[in-house]
Design a protein around this ligand. Sequence first.
Ligand code: AMP
Ligand code: MG
Length: 353
Amino acid sequence: MSNKTLITKAKIVLLVIFLILGLTIYRFQKPQLVQENQFVLGTFGQIHLYTKSPKSGNKAINQAYQRIREIENSMSIIISDSDIYQLNENAGIKPIKVTQDTLNVIHKGLEYYELTKGAFNIGLGKISKLWGVNIETDNKIPPAIPKEEEILDAKKHIDLYQLEINNNELFIKDPKMSIDLGGIAKGYAVDEAVRTLEGLGIKSGFVNLGGDIFVLGSKPDGTAWQMGIQSPELGSSNVIVKIQLRNSSIVTSGDYQRYIEKDNKRYHHIIDPSTGYPAENELTSVTIISDTTIKGDSYSTAAFVMGLEKGLDFIENLENTEAIFLTKDKRIYASSGIRDEIELMDKEYKLFK
Ligand code: AMP
Ligand code: MG
């Protein structure tokens, strides 16, 4: 064998050794946490993920936020060239061509409207505007409590069948109706951000858009994510119950999340479409645990409107969907699929089985 061939062979052997060594080191390397917070969709966004390559992790996070912004640009009610802004501006005037994202969310909104018998209604934009529930997003000072006649008038214009869909064109026939995706768009955005991360090979992490959360896989050590439901009275540092989750969404709607106060009375942001007023019942929060965040987002709002008994009944009839209800008098009710997995942290609360 010539010297040249020997040297070439030695080089190849060395290369293979380095490659194996490199791969072994990579395999035993601990995944590192990469995280970023950004203000998106009128709320505090948080993406955490675990990866062996922080560089590609950061790239994945940026792409996920890009996807969320794309959705925001279609569905925002303050961006004047968004689909929803244009659709509402042109109610009773002309149809508007919308993005596939907007179409997807509108179709889901209609499906949930039927399924919840109108408790979830994306056509109540005129009522939510009266109550100023999207204050942060439409940038106005909190309004006064609306007059009863204003509410009764707005309530006449929330019939979702006034929304016409023709391929990718939407038209609101009723000139006094408007669409509000505030109870569903965040959930969709979380699911799409998760899909983006998964497509880039991320297997562990979470996306949180102001309380609409999806946990991806399990923690890097293989254990489940430990999630808590916060105290409606004491805030996020006080946890009422804990639950272990893998590959799941968890979304809470509560009357303490956004509200205005007048004469010692709280007017919160979850509207009962049948009255036009903030839903008033025994509940302070509803948490939905399910396989998609869009479901969790919409069902948590809907179940809050339905109240404890009807809400629990509604959830029991759905697949891949569980719920935890907290009441004003500190009772906890959970759907049958999750009851035994709840860990009670606050002894002032009672878990009813
Ligand atoms: P969430 O914070 O997910 O419970 O959703 C509340 C937001 O959804 C509000 O800020 C409104 O924009 C909108 N919303 C309120 N009530 C309803 C309802 N009954 N159906 C659909 N959307 C609603
Ligand atoms: Mg919601």
